[in-house]
Design a protein around this ligand. Structure first.
Ligand SMILES: NC(=O)c1ccc[n+]([C@@H]2O[C@H](COP(=O)([O-])OP(=O)(O)OC[C@H]3O[C@@H](n4cnc5c(N)ncnc54)[C@H](OP(=O)(O)O)[C@@H]3O)[C@@H](O)[C@H]2O)c1
Length: 285
């Protein structure tokens, strides 16, 4: 008997939105969803990322991938985008909030504008589109939302703004999962570790830093965009039908171990004295 999870037509007739679907992780998610039979709309700000990528993906996959302009920070843009998807397809079954970004900076160098932009993109932008899709379709008809976040369980030095936004998305997702359960809307997060993707180009010496980081990952390699996409595909499949409010980590063990932000030791470290009770002091150790 064939798997019901990954059979070709398992998302037949379903309509999916993938923000940032023209690059990196988003393009890999688009490929997986198309392979499962979904009709996919990719959306972002730059025509080379939505229009050119939509044409390229359509040619590669032999199925039309629709590309539309969208700035998730701009509520007017979000509203007209959602209206355009509904006008064209009449439904939205899956929303993948993958579009986002940040810049690497120690906290003491982040200026107010930089902080606001990262929060507006990654937290408020995710909220803007999720709420618009809920209002336009999912609130009445159900659906699934998958938010791409980042590793939030430990500190993420150099990314104070973005990790705050992503932890906010994860908390928001747990909350929406409860509030919207009666509407049959499932809301989950996928939290990637260090993934070899186009996003690495946004960082100076990104490839070199990423290569160095491999030794900090228990599986000793970076993740691939396909490995993230397959987890999203699972959540979109019948296998994800009873999962909501969760953050699933795909990181080769990165969040469990490793240190990429060495902290200097004190020049004169305090002596370590193991405390003892007065009556224990003369006892042999
Ligand atoms: N690669 C990693 O190691 C890693 C790890 C953890 C999390 N992530 C997250 O995973 C997601 C995808 O990452 P990636 O590596 O594929 O990076 P990427 O290639 O830089 O993808 C980011 C995408 O988001 C879109 N985007 C940015 N701002 C937007 C906005 N205001 N409105 C609509 N779309 C917007 C971009 O398109 P436009 O420029 O055309 O708008 C681009 O397609 C990002 O949220 C990233 O932060 C990545």
């Amino acid at each position: 008997m064939p798997s019901r999870l990954f059979q070709h037509d398992v998302l037949d007739q379903q309509v999916a939105i993938v923000t940032g679907g023209g690059t990196g992780i988003g393009a890999a998610i688009t490929r997986e969803l198309v392979a499962m039979g979904a009709r996919v709309v990719i959306a972002s700000r730059r025509p080379e990322h939505y229009a050119r990528a939509a044409a390229g993906l359509s040619a590669e996959l032999g199925v039309e991938v629709v590309g539309l302009p969208l700035d998730i920070r701009d509520r007017a843009s979000v509203d007209s985008f959602v209206a355009a998807v509904i006008a064209r397809f009449g439904r939205i079954d899956l929303l993948v909030n993958n579009g986002g970004g940040q810049f690497l900076a120690p906290a003491e160098t982040i200026r107010p504008k930089g902080w606001d932009t990262v929060i507006q993109t990654n937290l408020t932008g995710t909220w803007n589109l999720t709420r618009a899709v809920f209002d336009a379709w999912m609130g009445e008809n159900g659906g699934r939302v998958v938010n791409i976040t980042m590793l939030t369980s430990r500190g993420f030095p150099g990314m104070a703004h973005s990790v705050a936004a992503r932890a906010g998305v994860e908390a928001m997702s747990r909350t929406l999962a409860v509030e919207w359960a009666p509407r049959r809307v499932l809301v989950n997060c996928v939290s990637p570790g260090i993934i070899l993707s186009s996003g690495m180009r946004n960082y100076p010496e990104g490839a070199e830093v990423a290569r160095a980081m491999q030794s900090e990952i228990p599986l000793k390699r970076l993740g691939t965009v396909t490995e993230v996409a397959e987890l999203v595909a699972f959540l979109a499949s019948p296998g994800g039908a009873y999962i909501t409010g969760q953050t699933l980590v795909v990181d080769g063990g990165r969040s469990l171990w490793g240190n990429t932000w060495p902290l200097p030791d004190d020049e004169d470290p305090a002596p370590v004295v193991i405390p003892s009770e007065p009556w224990e002091e003369n006892e042999p150790g």
